[in-house]
Design a protein around this ligand. Structure first.
Ligand code: ADP
Length: 435
């Protein structure tokens, strides 16, 4: 082999080696690329799903992959996702339950964060404060609720980090509330900021309290008037008037009338108090209203005669029998007849009639041709101590409790009361009783 051939052979070998190297390099590169692609595809898919979960998209499951290690990892992640999903569903259900409970609470609940933004607001709060906005969460309290008293209470709670209690009267809503506001704290009692207020509607309570105070004032006044008179006349008698036969007799007569008034008043108060406390049960028996009315008219015959009234008792013989407490119904009828006689000037007419109501009750009406009641007083006439003319009522021996007693008795029997009247012409009082 010549030198030339050796050189050619060398270059041939070199070429072969180079080509072989290149081919093996290419094969390695290609298989590497293939492998890289095969592994990276599922990894990309996995990371795509993970990114989707992060962005809260709907894809919630990793795809099936052939590479065992990645498939294991995907399965573990799928298991985790299921657990997380379950927890999210649980907490969502829990949140909805709490929302439902809070919105059904009969107290208004308002919670704000440290920036004064609403974090909780229930339906009752909207109803109490006449707020019609339904998308309240996240808004500033000041933009939703125009009641400065509520703002200041919550503000003070946050500033002092202490419970604040207030009684509020909101004139534009004509309602009274008790507000209790407390700071929002974390478990470790570390202040987180924000406050929660609970609003209790105390409008009715306040009204009852006012009525109670008014009633006590009225009772005291009603008791004081005859007592002052009795004391005065006794002192006059003691100071010497007792020697004056004619005057002393007159004074004793006045004392007797006032004592009788006191006793009537106390009697009526006791009756009313028992009715209001439901202290006595309704002792029902069959009551013939026509017979009962006759008995009552008989008991009033002297007063009726004294005023020359004529009585028209139109109650029919076949009036349905009612199941009622005879004594109490007699008391109600007496009070109405007493008023008709008292408030009708001489030679008046009192007509007693009945009708059957559609709802299966009987209506008894007592009409007089008396002084009548002005329209503006009609709505209050059944209230305790309400009288159109106090002096006239007292003069006629009234306590101002008669109609209130009638209303209580009739309502305790499941009936209703009412009145129609025209001043100067007369009044018609009526009540119904279930048959
Ligand atoms: P009183 O003891 O004053 O009669 P009531 O409660 O029975 O108390 O009645 C309240 C008021 O209603 C009376 O003071 C009177 O002003 C008015 N009133 C009641 N009945 C009649 C009637 N038949 N006619 C006119 N006014 C009446």
């Amino acid at each position: 082999m010549g030198t030339k051939e050796i050189a050619r052979f060398k270059s041939y070998i070199t070429l072969m080696l180079f080509t072989g190297g290149f081919i093996s390099f290419a094969i390695t590169l290609l298989s590497g690329l293939y492998l890289a692609f095969k592994i990276s595809k599922p990894i990309r898919e996995v990371s795509h799903v993970a990114e989707g979960i992060r962005r809260d998209e709907r894809i919630r499951k990793f795809p099936r992959v052939k590479i065992k290690e990645i498939a294991d990892m995907a399965a573990t992640l799928n298991g985790m996702i299921e657990k997380i999903d379950e927890k999210v569903r649980d907490s969502e259900r829990h949140r909805r339950e709490i929302e439902a409970i809070i919105s059904s609470i009969s107290e208004g609940i308002i919670a704000i964060n440290a920036e004064g933004k609403i974090i909780l607001w229930n339906r009752t709060a909207s109803a109490f404060l006449s707020v019609t906005d339904t998308d309240i969460g996240g808004k500033r309290l000041i933009d939703v609720c125009r009641q400065p008293e509520i703002h200041s209470a919550l503000q003070e709670t946050m500033e002092r980090s202490f419970e604040v209690r207030r009684d509020l009267y909101l004139p534009e809503l004509q309602r009274s509330f008790k507000l209790v506001s407390v700071p929002i704290k974390r478990e470790g009692h570390q202040l987180q900021g924000g406050a929660v207020a609970v609003l209790f509607d105390i409008t009715e309570l306040k009204k009852y309290d006012e009525l109670r105070k008014e009633f006590v004032a009225n009772v005291s006044h009603e008791l004081k008037t005859p007592l002052t008179s009795i004391k005065g006349y006794i002192e006059t008698l003691r100071d010497g008037a007792i020697e004056d036969r004619e005057n002393s007799r007159r004074f004793l007569e006045i004392i007797s009338v006032q004592a009788e008034r006191l006793s009537l008043l106390i009697e009526d108060l006791l009756v009313l108090s028992k009715l209001e406390r439901h202290a006595e049960k309704i002792d029902r028996s069959n009551v013939d209203l026509k017979d009962l009315m006759q008995e009552i008219l008989l008991s009033f015959r002297h007063q009726i005669q004294a005023k020359s009234h004529s009585i028209n008792n139109l109650l029919p013989g076949d009036l349905p029998v009612v199941k009622a407490d005879k004594k109490k119904i007699a008391q109600a009828l007496s009070n109405l007849i007493d008023n008709a006689v008292k408030f009708t000037p001489e030679s008046g007419t009192i007509t007693i009639s009945s009708s059957l109501e559609e709802k299966g009750s009987v209506r008894i009406s007592i009409a007089d041709t008396g002084i009548g009641i002005p329209a503006e007083d009609l709505g209050r006439i059944f209230e305790r101590f309400y009288r159109v003319d106090k002096d006239r009522s007292r003069e006629l021996g009234g306590t101002g409790l008669g109609l209130s007693i009638v209303k209580h008795i009739i309502e305790a029997h499941g009936g209703n009361v009412g009145v129609k009247s025209e001043p100067g012409k007369g009044s018609t009082f009526w009540f119904t009783l279930p048959v």
